[in-house]
Design a protein around this ligand. Structure first.
Ligand SMILES: C[S@@+](CC[C@H](N)C(=O)[O-])C[C@H]1O[C@@H](n2cnc3c(N)ncnc32)[C@H](O)[C@@H]1O
Length: 301
């Protein structure tokens, strides 16, 4: 399944890239947003594309290199390394160091969710891994088979807003004694055994929050997010804008706090007071956009 870029019109209006612009997409994914940004920056634009998932990055770069009038520089990197990647690209391209536009589209790509081998989706049976960069970190199964019930409960509650966190954690710990968790189906079974059928939310699969929480934990998605946002914003040239799309309350809280802090320091202003959300029409045509929030911050001259 291809990934439909979320709130593309709002992102383009917020970043408003001009010909010749230096643009950083810190989470390039399928390159949907990046392609539109690159086209707007031609001729003379430079697009720096980061993704910590090498397969995603490769596919995106092929697509972006087909766009005329733009230089493209890929980095297989975490967006926490955005300042270093930008500096390296500007040096290599003989440009002044600094960005006119920065985009971070947090979360996952449809292709990653649908890939059973990654073990991210409760809808596909596969190995319970969930790592987006499989060259480092601990697979979800390894963590779930060794963490204490309290640790699992805290992750489910804090990162998934899961109200059955304690019961789910207990079922996991009880079941793994005889049979360690191996597959996504094993985790789904634990959730279904823990959440009473009568109390289930009809619109949301009972395992949704558990899978989201374990994925965020395994990939350390919120660790250092605020600091990384501050560092990324400080790479902007005067007048440059950074836009961040988030899909989860924990992420949006971190973005909000980082932006408030930057605005208080005096050399940044938020582009809107409240986050923008997708139109009803977009949510109807792309349900995955339903939880999106877009915030922007501009560096003052
Ligand atoms: C929602 S997708 C981006 C989709 C993209 N905007 C598009 O239009 O195709 C998020 C991407 O961010 C990547 N990602 C998530 N966290 C990351 C991080 N800390 N560093 C680098 N890439 C990250 C994921 O691998 C994924 O490809």
């Amino acid at each position: 399944m291809t990934h439909v870029p979320v709130m593309i019109r709002e992102v383009m209006e917020t970043l408003a890239p001009q010909p010749g612009a230096t643009i950083v997409d810190g989470t390039v994914g399928h390159g949907g947003h990046a392609a539109e940004l690159a086209k707007a920056s031609a001729p003379g634009g430079l697009l720096i594309a980061l993704d910590w998932d090498e397969a995603m990055l490769k596919a995106a770069i092929e697509r972006l290199r087909a766009i005329e009038g733009v230089r493209v520089r890929p980095y297989h990197a975490d967006y926490r390394q955005l300042p270093e990647s930008l500096a390296d690209a500007c040096l290599a391209e003989g440009r002044q160091n600094g960005a006119d536009a920065v985009l971070l589209d947090l979360g996952l790509n449809a292709a990653q969710i649908d890939d059973a081998e990654r073990g991210i989706s409760f809808r596909q049976d596969g190995p319970l891994d969930m790592r987006m960069d499989r060259s480092r970190g601990e697979p979800a199964a390894a963590w779930l088979n060794r963490a204490t019930a309290r640790e699992i409960e805290n992750v489910l509650f804090n990162l998934g807003d899961e109200r059955w966190a304690r019961r789910i954690a207990q079922v996991i710990v009880d079941r793994r004694k005889d049979r360690p968790l191996k597959t996504t189906a094993d985790l789904v079974d634990c959730v279904l055994a823990a959440v009473p059928a009568a109390k289930r939310d009809r619109r949301l699969h009972p395992a949704t929050r558990t899978f989201q929480a374990v994925r965020i934990h395994v990939n350390r998605e919120l660790d250092g997010l605020e600091g990384a946002l501050g560092a990324a914003a400080k790479t902007l040239k005067p007048g440059g804008v950074m836009a961040v799309l988030s899909y989860h309350s924990g992420e949006d809280r971190a973005v909000k706090r980082a932006f408030r802090q930057l605005a208080q320091e005096g050399s940044f202003e938020e582009t809107t007071r409240k986050p923008m959300t997708p139109t009803e029409a977009e949510v109807r045509s792309n349900p995955k956009s339903r939880s999106a929030k877009l915030r922007g911050i501009r560096r003052l001259s």
